[in-house]
Write a protein that binds this ligand. Sequence first.
Ligand code: TUI
Length: 316
Amino acid sequence: MIHTVLCDLLGIEYPIIQGGMAWVSSAELAAAVSEAGGLGVIGSGAAHPDWLREQLSRARQLTGKPFGVNVMLRSPYVEEIMAILQEEPVAVVTTGAGNPGKYVPALREVGTKVIPVVSSVALARRLARAGVDALIAEGMESGGHIGELTTMALVPQVVDAVEIPVIAAGGIFDGRGLMAALALGAVGVQMGTRFMCAAECTIHPRVKETVIKAKDRDTSITGASAGHPVRALRNKLTRKYEEMEKNGAPFEEIEKIGVGSLKLAMVEGDVENGTIMAGQICAMVKEIQPVRDIINDIVGSAGEVIRLLEGQFKQL
Ligand code: TUI
């Protein structure tokens, strides 16, 4: 049994948070993760506020357990999304792609735990001072919008810099990753890519097939020259990005080809012209599994790691 302070903080059974991925993490996925003992998170991305209202009501029908919402701070609707989360508070708000500092007091006022994703020590320090409840330190092994440091380098530095709980993200697939994160000083993990192929995940089946087929070196980072590096599976669109970046195309032109491309992949299933954001562990995803089996596998394999380590220490 794996129980950490994160379980007590959030009222969950296992220290596993599901990444709130835009166009991927719907109410169905989030509710299934919460029902299985983790923390499910709805990914509001750049979606319209009405979509979030609908998802909140669906998630509440599907589970009575705590769940969260991820707010993507570069969304054109960020103010409306935050207003909805005031009116209809959720247990947890995670944030990405920016500094959520100014929203922290209002969210905490309605009883929501605020857990921003950070990719640097500087932002971790600032947000700890702003009174957030915990932090997710996300390494560049992750899919989507990423920072510069790897999980292995980032997590212990954030753990040492702040006094609040730190959750590790990026490159984590099973109990080995979970135990490694705990060894680095984290109190739990956030996992995105593995949940993309959950049976309850509502993305297009072609995207799941593509993730299952992906090998270790099949992701690439594009958009770094425009200041917004994004990790996604290599396809026709990422090759177009690479070509434009190589030819020194203006930032605005580069950003333009990405608009709408995440939805194109995840909802419509266009795996060549859309953006399939996925992390470096994608090659470890080999099948579609119910969320409950995914959680049981993570917890079960963490137990195996504990026994393996105990055996090694006895031999010393
Ligand atoms: O947010 C993510 N991953 C995402 S967001 C997303 S939607 C999107 N698509 C295209 C461009 C931009 C967003 C897809 N994947 N992960 C959490 C994360 N946050 N990673 C890195 C950061 C981050 C970066 C800079 C957090 C804060 C930050 O601060 C800058 C500042 O304002 O200090």
